[in-house]
Design a protein. Sequence first.
Length: 83
Amino acid sequence: MNKKIYTPISCDLYDQLEIWSMKKQTVLVRYTKEGRSKTYEGRIINLMTKEKIEYLITEKKELIPLHLIVKIDDLIFNGHCEI
């Protein structure tokens, strides 16, 4: 059985997600899902962890795994949190 190991995003990027959530700013999120490029435009309502994976919660109650995010607005998500 080959399980992918989850790697948390950069702590600085996580902090920025919290700021966007608190400010209720509209953002453009670009992420990949099942090998396809996706976008979401709207507000980040909250962040959560479920089964050891971190997610952002959109105002439409969608969950986007943080490790699948490529870019939000002009901020590129390419770092990982050091544990």
